[in-house]
Design a protein around this ligand. Structure first.
Ligand SMILES: *Cc1c(COP(=O)(O)O)cnc(C)c1O
Length: 338
């Protein structure tokens, strides 16, 4: 099977498995796992922040960060397609007591002035806005990259209104590679970030929250409360450290393959927007069949496609997809769409 559903489907490489096997470990709830501590220090430094916190999932990392920047009973602004309000099972409300208000789903094309106009000040009637969250790259927005200029504008808006700014950076690595913006430059713009090691970077598990030492200390308590205090987690952190060292630069290959796939499918008029990173979003409104039918036909020929809606689907390139697999997938998808 050639799996194009997501970049989460990758398996640890032999080198990564060796790093896991050789990891020095300790009890991380006591703060004594040297490999977790090293990973947290390395990732904090990459983004120019004081501290970081290792979590089992990106959803937990996001929710810890949101609880840190959005006090209970206050409001977070984000876009209607954001992972934090779409794919985290209502956690902001259910666990964080956070009210969310969204701007229309426009992926990475954010109108900063529209966001500024949504901000509500502290008061007796209205829910006070305390934070804004953005997603870099944007998952449901087809892997789009928010331009640095837009992020700077949002930072200014947040500063003017006394708000915190969070980045769901599950795939911020891809933005860094696509736009050539330094990770520290992104880091400087946000109060908190979450980053994911198990998407494009190919680790089996793991995300981090990045912020000040003070916030990360508070985040450690929230992580424990959520059941995320892990013991000899160094075996997982070792995979993450290996991934950062060996799999960051190669994301450019995934981007090139996604661009090739988009080009091959362009004649069918199904590629939704410009492909900037490793996601090829498909709009099948003009296709002869709906998304589940096309996915079922591709599956029969050994290619897995992600169905996002009746007429929307998604193809994602990743570490476990080489040129030969891409060619084979392109051939199958071309046939299915014809
Ligand atoms: C995958 C993803 C996450 C985290 O997902 P988990 O499955 O909880 O690790 C967060 N944000 C975005 C944009 C994602 O794509």
């Amino acid at each position: 099977m050639i799996d194009l559903r997501s970049d989460t489907v990758t398996r640890p490489t032999p080198g990564m498995r060796q790093a896991i096997a050789e990891a020095e470990v300790g009890d991380d709830v006591y703060g004594e796992d040297p490999t977790v501590n090293a990973l947290e220090a390395e990732v904090a430094a990459l983004f120019g922040h004081e501290a970081a916190l290792f979590t089992p999932t990106g959803s937990m990392a996001n929710q810890i960060a949101l609880q840190l920047v959005t006090p209970r009973g206050t409001e977070l602004l984000c876009d209607a397609d954001a992972h934090v309000v779409t794919y985290e099972t209502g956690a902001a409300a259910a666990l964080g007591g956070i009210s969310t208000r969204t701007w229309p789903a426009v992926g990475a094309t954010i109108d900063a002035e529209q966001v500024a106009a949504m901000v509500r000040p502290d008061g007796y009637h209205a829910v006070p806005t305390t934070a804004i969250a953005v997603e870099q790259t944007h998952n449901r927005g087809g892997g789009g990259v928010i331009p640095l200029a837009t992020l700077r504008e949002l930072r200014r808006i947040a500063d003017d209104a006394g708000l915190r700014l969070h980045c769901d950076g599950a795939r911020i690595w891809h933005a860094h590679v696509a736009d050539g913006v330094a990770l520290a430059e992104y880091g400087a713009l946000f109060d908190t970030l979450s980053v994911c090691l198990s998407k494009g970077l190919g680790a089996p598990v793991g995300s981090l929250v990045i912020s000040t030492s003070e916030r990360i200390a508070a985040g450690r308590v929230i992580r424990k409360r959520l059941g995320g205090g892990m013991r000899q987690a160094g075996v997982l952190a070792a995979a993450g450290r290996y991934a950062l060292k060996h799999h960051l630069g190669r994301l450019a290959d995934d981007h090139a393959r996604a661009a090739r796939l988009a080009e091959a499918l362009a004649p069918f008029g199904v590629v939704a927007g410009a492909v900037r990173t490793n996601i090829v979003p498909l709009d099948l409104t003009k296709a002869p069949y709906d998304a589940p039918t096309i996915a079922a036909a591709a599956r029969k020929e050994g290619v897995l496609v992600s169905v996002l809606g009746p007429r929307t689907a998604r193809l994602v390139t990743h570490l476990d997809l080489d040129d030969a697999a891409l060619d084979r997938a392109t051939e199958v998808l071309t046939r299915v769409l014809s």
